[in-house]
Design a protein around this ligand. Structure first.
Ligand SMILES: [Zn+2]
Length: 135
């Protein structure tokens, strides 16, 4: 039984990035900032083709919030492509993904915060069994 998720989830640790037209100095270009959660909304909607309800649940946001993120993201990306602006991917109110692990040995479940530096567990913290997997 999945727990209710409180965090806005991202697929992976976001990296800042800038996309810009070739051959023009960054300083001369219009700057557009695409937030990480807007990029994630685009990824879920347009790359994975998820339905709004499904994608909103995955990001732990309401449908209206998800729709707003997608609309804003598409507007910004289109603006950058059409106007030849520099597109910065940065910022936002994202939080990283929590990965739940399960031990087949003793049935223990625990959470690892992705990006917390804890890395991948090798054994169950409860019984020491190596028969663990992501849930
Ligand atoms: Zn165990």
């Amino acid at each position: 039984m999945p727990r209710p998720r409180k965090w806005r989830r991202l697929h992976r640790e976001p990296q800042p990035a800038i996309f810009k037209p070739v051959g023009l100095p960054l300083e001369t270009l219009e700057q557009v900032v695409l937030l990480h959660e807007e990029l994630e909304a685009l990824r879920l909607a347009d790359l994975e083709g998820q339905h709004q309800a499904e994608a909103a649940a995955q990001m732990s946001v309401s449908r209206s919030t998800f729709q707003r993120l997608v609309t804003e993201a598409r507007r910004k990306v289109t603006l950058a492509l059409v106007n030849g602006a520099a597109l910065h991917i940065e910022g936002g109110t994202f939080r990283v993904m929590v990965v739940r692990w399960h031990c087949a040995g003793c049935g223990y479940d625990w959470d690892i915060v992705h990006g917390s530096g804890q890395g991948q567990p090798q054994t169950c913290p409860q019984c020491g069994s190596p028969t663990i997997r992501e849930k």
